[in-house]
Design a protein around this ligand. Structure first.
Ligand code: UDP
Length: 386
């Protein structure tokens, strides 16, 4: 894809949206790149399966102690960060540039870039602030970006704006929206909806609302359950697992709520799955219920590619992806009543569902293709390398 050799860096080997996106970017660059990871896990396996070299650097357990909301990182994580930066600087020698895929990996890459005298790009996939990170963390990472990054690639206008609002230099930022490969959606067989429902024991005539996100309080699965509780006959398909430490109690809470007699078996919790396109096809609509500003929301584009209308919360990067009334429906975050009303209105209007689905699919293909994303990243890499 580009002549420059790139060492991508990520702190986690769990599969979140950031890792799904990097998978496509690294695969497109696989002849001239490697991905340095601070831990082993499914992301390392997925990269290997796509022919991408992985450099396992270790050190992840100490970094896991640094929380997004923490104010002072503590001595052990600080020492671990400096050690990792030295290790990464050595690993970076044969490469032209470092490309960090998360705030934690950017901190390490920024220091490593100084040590190894390599340019550092940060692919920013988080809204800095607005409840996601402590002010101290935002200040530190933005100062480091202003000092060390040659470019910040933001995955939405909202992500870019939050970076600048936090003091980040606007001249560093290039917006490259996420893009999704349409092929797995094009390959869905016509009978997928019925076949998947049969597997899950959900009758064909049930109105099924899907929610596809890792299980975390800010992803708002509880708001969806609140909405569904008031709509007898509507079923919810909750797909996703607790990816990171601290999320397990939330998963346990959701699972025990799903068993409540009021739901009468209408909430289907599937855990983390790797067959999202066919599960999307089993749904009538898809809900994206994040209660905090969502940086982008890959699932929105995936739902559109699967020709399923989305009802999504109106914050962060979501309105860049979904136009209210045109390609989906937007509701205020954290408002179960508004969410329920939007779901109910769609349930009663199949013609509108079909129209939203058609426009959404066209929009996703035109605006959020994998090729457009890869071209955007390619341009940045070329500029930096030259
Ligand atoms: N996903 C998945 N299996 C699951 C739940 C989610 O493969 O069980 C995928 C989903 O299809 C999407 C990504 O994880 O591609 C989540 O990305 P998104 O931007 O929606 O959220 P993030 O994880 O970045 O907060």
């Amino acid at each position: 894809m580009s002549d420059a050799s790139i060492l991508f860096v990520d702190h986690t080997a769990m599969m979140g949206g950031a890792q799904h996106s990097l998978l496509d970017i690294a695969e497109a660059n696989r002849r001239r790149c490697a991905v340095a990871l601070f831990e082993d896990g499914p992301f390392a396996t997925a990269l290997g399966a796509r022919g991408v070299a992985v450099l396992p650097l270790g050190g992840g357990s100490a970094l896991r102690q640094v929380k997004k909301g923490s104010v002072v990182p503590g001595v052990r994580p600080l020492v671990a960060t400096l050690r990792l930066a030295r290790t990464l600087a050595r690993a970076a020698k044969p490469f032209d540039l470092l490309y960090a895929n998360s705030p934690k990996s950017f901190v390490v890459a920024a220091l490593a870039g100084r040590l190894a005298r390599k340019p550092v790009v940060w692919h920013l996939r988080d809204i800095l602030g607005q409840g996601h990170f402590s002010r101290a963390n935002v200040r530190a990472v933005v100062a480091l970006a202003n000092w060390c990054a040659v470019r910040v690639v933001a995955n939405s206008r909202a992500t870019a704006d939050a970076f600048v609002a936090a003091g980040g230099r606007g001249s560093l930022v290039t917006i490259v929206h996420n893009g999704i490969d349409a092929a797995p959606f094009d390959a869905l067989a016509p009978g997928t909806r019925t076949a998947v429902r049969a597997e899950l024991g959900i009758p064909d005539d049930v109105f099924l609302v899907g929610c596809f996100s890792r299980l975390h309080p800010w992803k708002g699965q509880t708001v969806l359950l609140d909405a569904v509780a008031r709509m007898p006959g509507v079923h919810a398909l909750v797909v996703g697992g607790a990816l990171f430490s601290g999320e397990a109690p939330y998963e346990a809470e959701l699972r025990s709520r799903a068993q409540l007699p009021g739901f009468a078996g209408r909430v289907h919790m599937l855990g983390a799955r790797d067959d999202v396109p066919r599960l999307l096809a089993a749904c009538d609509i898809v809900v994206h219920a994040s209660v905090l500003a969502e940086p982008f929301g890959r699932v929105l584009v995936e739902a559109m590619l699967a020709r399923r209308p989305v009802v999504a919360t109106d914050a962060g990067g979501v309105p860049e992806v979904v136009s209210d009334g045109e390609t989906g429906v937007l509701v205020p975050p954290g408002d179960a009543r508004a969410l329920g009303e939007a779901i109910d209105a769609l349930r009663r209007d199949p013609a509108r569902v079909a129209a939203l689905a058609r426009r959404g699919a066209d929009h996703a293909r035109a605006r959020f293709s994998r090729e457009t994303m890869l071209a955007g990243v390619h341009r940045v890499i070329l500029e930096v390398a030259s």
